[in-house]
Design a protein around this ligand. Structure first.
Ligand code: SF4
Length: 161
């Protein structure tokens, strides 16, 4: 799949250590809606960096070979803008590698904007989605499901399967 980066051991996006997969694109919806420059987006730096095409098998094997990480986290830019690639990855993880570890997806979309994609994901076990735009003037808050602080208090995580 197309990615911007992989962090093999990330400790800030979930209560357990995760492999962080930075996805390849975002139209900048949070900033566009808020009427602020794209540079305000906490993921803005990724727009400039090169997109890498990496085989799903290679990413999965890299994840499975690391005893520290317990889950996989797709995050910024916007994983749902390459939903089909992500779904193929998760299907391979579950079916070919028989791995039911938690998959966390950080999206800037609200739940009602991605209902059909959520239905697709519900074919797989142990999926958590963090919903909601980044809104600059909102307070950060602690999310009980993720076990970490989220940047604005309109954002929340839900166990969808
Ligand atoms: S969805 Fe993520 S990457 Fe896109 S504008 Fe919002 S915070 Fe930035």
């Amino acid at each position: 799949m197309r990615i911007k980066t992989i962090i093999d051991e990330d400790f800030v996006n979930y209560k357990q250590p995760v492999m962080y997969i930075g996805t390849a694109q975002c139209n900048g919806k949070c900033c566009l809606e808020a009427g602020i420059p794209l540079s305000v987006c906490q993921n803005d730096g990724w727009h400039e960096s090169a997109t890498i095409e990496m085989a799903d098998d290679k990413i999965i094997q890299r994840y499975l070979s690391n005893d520290i990480t317990k889950a996989i986290c797709f995050a910024g830019l916007e994983p749902f803008e390459q939903f089909d690639e992500m779904a193929v990855f998760i299907k391979k993880l579950r079916n070919d590698y028989h791995c039911n570890d938690t998959v966390i997806i950080y999206t800037g979309f609200y739940k009602n904007e991605v209902l059909s994609q959520i239905q697709e994901l519900q074919k797989f076990k142990n999926i958590i989605i963090k919903f909601g735009r980044y809104v600059p003037d909102k307070e950060r808050h602690f999310d009980e499901i993720l076990g970490v602080y989220l940047a604005s208090n309109n954002q929340y995580a839900e166990v969808v399967s």
